[in-house]
Design a protein around this ligand. Sequence first.
Ligand code: F6P
Length: 324
Amino acid sequence: MRKIAVLTSGGDAPGLNACIRAVVRAGHYYNLQVVGVKRGFKGLIEKEFIPLKPRDVSQIINRGGTFLLSAREDRFRQYEYRKKAVENLRKEGIDALFVIGGNGSFQGANLLVKEFDFPVIGIPKTIDNDTYGTEYTIGFDTAVNNAVDAIDKIRDTSVSHERVFVVEVMGRKSGFIALAAGIASGADVTLIPEYPFPMHAIIDSILQARKRGKRFSIVVVAEGVASGKEIAEILSQKLKPYDFGGVRYSVLGYIQRGGTPTVYDRIIASRFGVFAVEEYINGKKNIMIALENGKVVSKPLEISFGRVKKPDLSDFELNNILTL
Ligand code: F6P
């Protein structure tokens, strides 16, 4: 009987548990033994393996975070620790490693392929949705829903006090969350790293809205552009001469990354997990699972390395049209 191992690595994302569950149950469905690795690559080095049976993953589809725990493991950058990891996997009789992770985790996993010819299958997750090669990464939908839920609440104060509100959302290098949250919450200005927007244009846009009779404004900024605090300070300075109820900012932070996964995330996580196991059963290895034109497919693991996935420019423009 072949044996596979599954781990979650990097920042947690809602839907990880649903994906682990899918890998475990599909594995058993196809007569594989399944082992869970705790704490990502750290657990590979420290041999934290636990057998996983279908019942071990019951009642987790609706839970955020990852019950296998996650970590960012710097030691994995060193050859000697990767060697140790593979030795541990082989000693345990494991034939392939399923890594539910983002770009960084895929690059680490790929070294196991290159250096030790150890089979790896990547399943993409990150709330940032910025993994090249796939239209979607597990966790994004929940993160955007969390952000929109918060912005809807902030809007109440913004309207009541006729204030400008700057809301900082996550997205270390990318603006997918900001753009989607901006469109869905009806933000007046959305700032993302991929399509820079000069400060004077932001001010102009807020003042124009005032002229059209709008008494409040919401600016959504991706953390990769600047901090909400910085933007709010500049706006506060520049808007002083005008009759505004003031400028405030809120940093949404980690609330975006937690909580019950949305239906979409549960379904995608389930589809990705089952498909990953089926691809392995069909002899594929060293691949990543991806969503392409709405279909679940697999691609070479290396496809995402060194390439930048950008949001649609048309979505950015859409936002500008809708603020009229
Ligand atoms: O990559 C997902 C993400 O949540 C980013 O949006 C954020 O900048 C980063 O992780 C924070 O990571 P950490 O868990 O290391 O604070």
